[in-house]
Design a protein around this ligand. Structure first.
Ligand code: FES
Length: 95
């Protein structure tokens, strides 16, 4: 799948990554793959990794506010930080 990430911070930019798919992969899994294999500096928040328990993984996914751990990573996906929260870095906001 292709993951497009709008990274915010001192050097705001959009980056695209080709991420190998696996069954049941979520957008959070894809973000974790990018951080582990392509860019360890990618900032995003999560805690529980299961549907909707911690609510830390919320971001704008293809234009809608979603919990990234609940969204299937299929085809092309665009992820952006929430716009209504103080930005910390990349996709991480102060909740
Ligand atoms: S990681 Fe906790 S709700 Fe998504």
């Amino acid at each position: 799948m292709k993951l497009r990430i709008h990274r915010s911070g001192d050097c705001a930019r959009s980056e695209e990554y080709e991420v190998p798919e696996f069954d049941g992969m979520t957008v959070l899994d894809a973000l974790m793959w990018v951080r582990e294999h392509r860019d360890p500096s990618l900032a995003f928040r999560f805690s529980c990794r299961c549907a909707n328990a911690c609510k830390e993984c919320i971001a704008v996914v293809d234009g809608d506010r979603r919990y990234t751990c609940t969204v299937a990573a299929l085809g092309e996906v665009t992820v952006e930080p929430l716009q209504n929260k103080p930005l910390l870095h990349d996709l991480a906001v102060d909740q």
